[in-house]
Design a protein around this ligand. Structure first.
Ligand SMILES: [Zn+2]
Length: 265
């Protein structure tokens, strides 16, 4: 049995009323969540948070930072919160800046991406929210494990999964909608790291309220709503959902039973 710990690789903030119809005029802080699974000799990082400044991403990076201003004070990058040399695998949910920013700190880890995400790495497109300057170069020394579409099979809880280590401990989960090839991870059948399937747990199932602009940013808004229903079912079945942009306690094993939450998630 392993452990799963959350980190915030910086934060951003956004007006809730700009995101959702009927939401209060308040800014919410969204951590750029990163999840470290440790079991035996494996240390698997899910996403990498924001990059420290400067980004060197040109006008597109400037526009992104106007919309979602990243806050990455000294010590806030993921690489400063753990020993990057010990990380064996980096799983990327998708390529948005708040998920790939720290990638360069893990040049030797095996990079795990879906076929669609790998394609987007080869041909980064600003309109898909991908900034070339944040991605690793072709000369990256570490191996890349591209998970083909055919590796995903109907798995538990109505999810399409691919077993990363062939031992059931870490299932990659197809969570379509937010970005092409968007990925989650079901860890030890207990915690589903759900990336950007929703902006936060309280916003899951609220997809019909998302305003036109953030809706247009989604790769496939209908698929996103279907994914949300599947996740809500999984939660009802007892799985704990962990979204990238919720605030998670650091230094707590998310796989451990939660004594204050007896009776379900
Ligand atoms: Zn995203």
């Amino acid at each position: 049995m392993g452990s799963l710990r959350a980190f915030a690789g910086g934060t951003t903030s956004h007006g809730m009323h700009q995101l959702l119809r009927g939401a209060p005029r308040e800014r919410r802080v969204f951590p750029a969540g990163v999840f470290l699974y440790e079991a035996d000799d494996r240390r698997v990082l899910f996403d990498t948070g924001y990059a420290e400044h400067p980004w060197r991403t040109g006008a597109a990076g400037w526009a992104y930072r106007r919309l979602l201003p990243p806050d990455v004070p000294p010590g806030a990058t993921v690489a400063e919160q753990l020993d990057p040399a010990t990380v064996t695998h980096v799983v990327l949910s998708h390529l948005h800046p708040d998920h790939v920013g720290g990638l360069r700190s893990f040049p030797h880890a095996t990079l795990v991406v879906t076929e669609a995400v790998h394609r987007a790495m080869q041909r980064p497109r600003v309109r898909e929210g991908v900034l070339r300057g944040l991605l690793p170069t072709a000369a990256r020394p570490g191996p890349v494990h591209v998970v083909p579409r055919s590796a995903f099979r109907p798995g538990p809880l109505g999810l399409d999964t691919a077993d990363l280590f062939d031992d059931g401990s870490y299932l990659l989960v197809d969570l379509p909608g937010h970005a092409d090839g968007h990925l989650g991870a079901l860890v030890e059948d207990r915690v589903l790291v759900a990336g950007d399937a929703a902006w936060g747990r309280d916003l899951l199932g609220q997809e019909h309220r998302i305003r036109a602009v953030p809706r247009a940013v989604a790769h496939d808004a209908d698929a996103q709503a279907r994914t949300a229903r599947t996740l809500l079912d999984a939660e009802r079945a007892g799985v704990r959902l962990a979204f990238s942009h919720d605030a998670h306690p650091t230094g707590v094993d998310l796989l451990a039973p939660r004594p204050h939450h007896l009776g379900g998630p």
